[in-house]
Design a protein around this ligand. Structure first.
Ligand code: FAD
Length: 451
């Protein structure tokens, strides 16, 4: 492609800004990033409180966040945030140690079995499911893998593996098929409580591409990255370094693609581009763009989670001494309950704690926002860390994904085949997974493949 190609990128979150970085590194400097909000970062959102930043959105990374490492290098920053740590409580607020055999004498046989199954899971992922962990979903439903390896070198890999088709089924079914059902006890912590839905509804491909064996073990060992000024700072730093910083407060009311050009109406003015990269939610693309039939049909299949975050003050005597996971509340039956609460700054009690709850599940009615909020505040009382005040709250459009039947019917291969067809490329969370690194890595691949 001509290096002067005029490229419009919709969205100034991790996917859009990293697309700008990778384009620039490849010699494309004629790009424009249009961001609707008055700030960059999207779901990496780190407001200030008493002089420090806390997290309303993304919190952490792991050492295998290679694309995030690219961004850090480009900006000259590093993961310099507070060390994370956590304990566990049951639904009645009692501190428990669910994985400690001495504290769970009756559960010893189950814990031993779980340990064996975790080892077995590691083995089958390397053998039977070879190729499972490449970024993105191309070929999976057809029993192929095609992408870049999840290694620091990220070398291109491809091949056929019929077993990969199993990854289209819900993770719970996939675990049962492979006799590793107890591994869900480990994987659920960094999956469901992080807002990514329940194992009976989410295809195994999403679970395992995000929580590949290595990444999951990093969570278990709390080998994690955080940023002192919040994850938003990563994207603010990148935005400052880019030759073309995102244009904030961009209200896009129309996208029209005709005669090999892309016309974007921004704040009432029509702008002409050669190519378009959409990193904003594809589900809503037809609301403002001339979506073609194949685009509209596929984007209508996208589902998402409702992940609610509250930032609360507590009285100093009620402040939790550490972050807590509440495994009892990570089942669909306990939809709308507090699953995890997070104490980011352990050297002071004058900071907020943040709470996390899901209120959407495929087979149940969505719980209204207010009801979920009340339940979480009640749960905090049960946990003996009552809130004295809600300081901030957000209900996120979270983790766009497709369900097993659409995944198995080839949703990803269809959409990948549409890349570039209407001078338009699709990136952002749905194309890989809803975390900072997978989205940035997908933008890297997109630039590698098409530009
Ligand atoms: C509570 C929470 C906790 C999380 N924890 C982690 C974590 O610990 N680690 C991790 O890696 N990830 C985490 N994530 C996920 C991570 O934040 C997202 O996956 C990532 O931000 C996705 O990047 P994106 O650019 O695809 O989308 P977004 O971050 O959603 O960015 C999209 C951008 O597009 C803009 N936009 C939307 N529509 C338009 C439009 N029509 N015109 C112009 N602009 C538009 C939005 O304003 C936004 O800035 C968390 C997210 C949340 C909410």
């Amino acid at each position: 492609m001509d290096k002067n190609t005029k490229i419009c990128i919709i969205g100034g979150g991790p996917a859009g800004l990293s697309a700008g970085m990778y384009l620039e590194q490849k010699g494309y400097e004629n790009y424009t990033i249009l961001e609707r909000n008055d700030h960059v970062g999207g779901k990496c959102h780190s407001p200030y409180y008493n002089g420090r930043r806390y997290e309303m959105g993304a919190i952490m990374g792991v050492p295998s966040y290679y694309a995030i490492h690219d961004v850090e290098e480009f900006c000259g920053i590093t993961h310099d945030g507070p060390q994370l740590n956590r304990n566990y409580k049951d639904r009645n607020g009692n501190v428990i140690e669910p994985f400690e055999p001495k504290k769970n004498i009756l559960k010893i046989p189950r814990l031993m079995k779980m340990k064996k199954q975790v080892t077995e899971l590691g083995r089958i992922l390397e053998t039977k499911y070879k190729g499972y962990d490449v970024n993105g979903h191309r070929g999976v439903a057809q029993g192929r893998y095609d992408g870049f390896a999840a290694t620091p070198e990220r070398e291109p890999v491809s091949g056929t593996n019929e077993n990969l088709k199993d990854l289209t089924m819900p993770f719970k079914d996939w675990c049962e098929l492979n006799n590793v059902e107890l591994t869900q006890d480990i994987w659920i912590g960094p999956f469901t409580s992080f807002g990514y839905g329940y194992f009976d509804e989410i295809p195994a491909a999403y679970v395992l591409k995000y929580l590949d064996f290595q990444t999951c073990m990093n969570f278990v060992r709390i080998n994690l990255w955080t940023w002192k000024n919040g994850t938003q700072f990563i994207w603010e730093s990148l935005n400052e370094k880019l030759k073309n910083s995102a244009r904030l407060n961009s209200d896009i009311t129309k996208v029209e693609r005709k005669d090999g050009k892309v016309y974007v109406t921004v704040n009432g003015t029509v702008e002409e581009y050669d190519k378009l990269i959409v990193t904003a939610p594809l589900q809503y693309f037809p609301d403002y763009a001339d979506a073609r039939e194949d685009e509209a049909a596929h984007f209508a299949k996208i589902d998402y989670e409702r992940y609610d975050v509250l930032a609360v003050e507590t009285k100093p005597e009620d402040h939790p001494e550490i972050s807590y996971y509440v495994f009892d509340n990570m089942t669909p039956e306990r939809l709308g309950h507090l699953m995890v609460y997070y104490r980011r700054w352990r050297d002071t009690k004058n900071q907020v704690i943040t709470t996390y709850a899901l209120r959407k599940h495929r087979n149940s009615a969505e719980i209204p926002y207010e009801e979920c909020r009340e339940t979480v505040l009640e749960d905090l009382k049960i946990m003996k860390n009552p809130a004295s005040k809600v300081v901030n709250e957000q209900s996120w459009y979270y983790f766009p994904h497709v369900f097993s039947e659409d995944y198995a019917a080839g949703w990803y291969d269809d959409v990948e085949a549409m890349q570039g067809k209407y001078d338009t490329y699709y990136a952002g969370e749905i194309m890989s997974f809803g975390d900072m690194d997978e989205t940035a890595e997908y933008s890297r691949e997109l630039v590698e493949r098409f530009f």
